[in-house]
Design a protein around this ligand. Structure first.
Ligand code: PEP
Length: 256
């Protein structure tokens, strides 16, 4: 396994978290300070308002801090947006782009997601590009077509294991308590791996593929054991340090 393929366990706090929540971030930062962190990379993406303080809290911890979105431009008249350089300036190292909630709430298209990922990379950040089918698309048997389209259009040319992570997040599984079956996750990840290999050659094997959608301490062990699942993107269950660390602990069993 190359360094780039060290599994990544990432938490996405979405629009949750105020200064009170810094105690949870500190508890997560302290909880991952152990030898397992050499094998498993951990990342938390709090709201932008907490980024700078969060990175300071993680000064002596392997926990990385990232943001949940960035603008595709470098700077300028874009009220309410933040640039990738601003995230890097706060010592963030990752940014999520193309989350289905951004695609739904803000109309982020594949092309925009690709531009955001490229902007992130230009600022030295790793982009976590989210893809995944809606319930309607799943029921119509279109899951793999959707993944092909989204990967083709959202992932910038020249993507590498250092610049890019892909998160497979079935829209119908996010925040619902529902998850795809093991064979469905396996099929989606095998398909994405092949797509990346065909497009980027050997480097396509270094791009980590995360699963996201109602992952929790109870189902984490099974999901992380699936072939080509190179980590998790966790929403609700990342808000509490105890849950985040319980999922992190599942890797301990996997690597025991
Ligand atoms: C997410 O939104 O990225 C996510 C995976 O959410 P949840 O774990 O709450 O389903």
């Amino acid at each position: 396994m190359t360094t780039a393929m060290r599994p990544l366990m990432a938490g996405n706090w979405k629009m949750n978290g105020t200064r009170d929540s810094l105690t949870e971030i500190k508890a997560i930062a302290d909880g991952v300070k152990n030898p397992l962190s050499e094998k498993i990379e951990t990342l938390l993406c709090p709201p932008a308002t907490l980024l700078y303080v969060a990175t300071a809290l993680c000064d002596d911890s392997p926990l990385a801090i990232g943001a949940q979105d960035c603008h595709q431009g470098v700077s300028g008249a874009h009220t309410g947006d933040i640039s990738a350089a601003m995230i890097a300036d706060c010592f963030g190292t990752y940014v999520i782009v193309g989350h289905s909630e951004r695609r739904r709430d803000h109309g982020d298209t594949n092309e925009l997601v690709r531009a955001k990922a490229a902007a992130a990379n230009a600022a030295g950040l790793t982009a976590i590009i989210c893809v995944g089918e809606t319930d309607e698309e799943r029921k119509a048997g279109e899951t793999l077509d959707v993944l092909r389209r989204q990967i083709f259009a959202s992932v910038p040319e020249g993507a590498t294991g250092e610049t890019t992570v892909i998160a497979y997040e079935p829209v119908w599984a996010i925040g619902t308590g529902k998850t795809p079956t093991r064979p469905d996750i396996e099929a989606a990840h095998a398909f994405m791996r092949l797509e990346l290999f065909e497009r980027f050659g050997a480097e396509g094997k270094n791009i980590r593929l995360l699963y996201g959608g109602s992952a929790n301490p109870r189902n984490a062990s099974e999901i992380i054991g699936i072939a080509d699942v190179n980590g998790l993107l966790v929403g609700g269950a990342s808000l509490k340090a105890a849950d985040f660390l319980a999922i992190y602990g599942a890797y301990e069993q996997l690597h025991a």
